[in-house]
Design a protein around this ligand. Sequence first.
Ligand SMILES: C[S@@+](CC[C@H](N)C(=O)[O-])C[C@H]1O[C@@H](n2cnc3c(N)ncnc32)[C@H](O)[C@@H]1O
Length: 279
Amino acid sequence: MTEIQPTPSNQPTQHEYQQPVEVTNAQATTASQDEKTHFGYSTVDKKEKEKLVAGVFDSVASKYDVMNDVMSAGVHRFWKYYTILAADVRPNMQVLDLASGTCDLAIQMGKKLAGTGSLVASDINESMLNIGKERMTDNGLVKNIDYQLANAESLPFADSRFDLVTMAFGLRNVTNKDQALREIFRVLKPGGKCLVLEFSKPADKLLNSVYDFYSFNILPKMGKLIAKDEESYRYLAESIRMHPDQETLKGLFDEAGFRLTKYQNLSGGIVALHQGIKV
Ligand SMILES: C[S@@+](CC[C@H](N)C(=O)[O-])C[C@H]1O[C@@H](n2cnc3c(N)ncnc32)[C@H](O)[C@@H]1O
């Protein structure tokens, strides 16, 4: 087991949130073409976004796991369980979990590897990954496990190293999603699989409006009550709305070079699991 590699610390920046707005999918994707990007509903310099996201996850890290259970009424465990089934981890596989955070997926995959092959849990944020490392260790997962602080847009791994790359609820926080997908493609072996679990767009209008009401009226209040942090949970709601929808994300997978790309809606499309193969 290696030490977590240090990175320059990112200071949270003061930030004014805007009111919820109607967002088209074109808006959600075009900002990545120039020097500006989205941080929730705000438009910020690309360079600034990484610091703002770091501020959010530094702030929520200690309450992250409890908030996940409360916010989703435990349903995030089902979404992750489904992802683990799709991952089909077998002994001796080389596995990378990106945006691993507190290591929910890494723990389950580590158990399947049972000390064989290798598992790298990687995240850009030290506060989150420190908790992840502690949880992995508490689960007896130490053999052939590494931790790597890294931006998913620029992975410090050799080409064609991994059989499987997973990323749960991380991609929407990444400034250049297309670049991250290209990096995942690069580090996968031919025949390797990429799985991205992320919030998406419910198809049903009624579900969409209930979900909107919940996200913008209840979720930030829960964040205030439990994590003493309303703004980070407003960012969560906004960042979900700004994330590319199912078909657009599938298109980004295709553009990055993946084949046999597909997605599966979970909970009516509140979440989608995208996958692609490097052939
Ligand atoms: C919502 S958490 C998800 C954690 C975990 N995968 C889970 O499903 O519970 C998002 C994680 O993405 C990480 N993250 C944000 N931007 C990133 C980037 N550019 N590269 C790698 N990780 C990033 C954050 O630090 C955070 O730990």
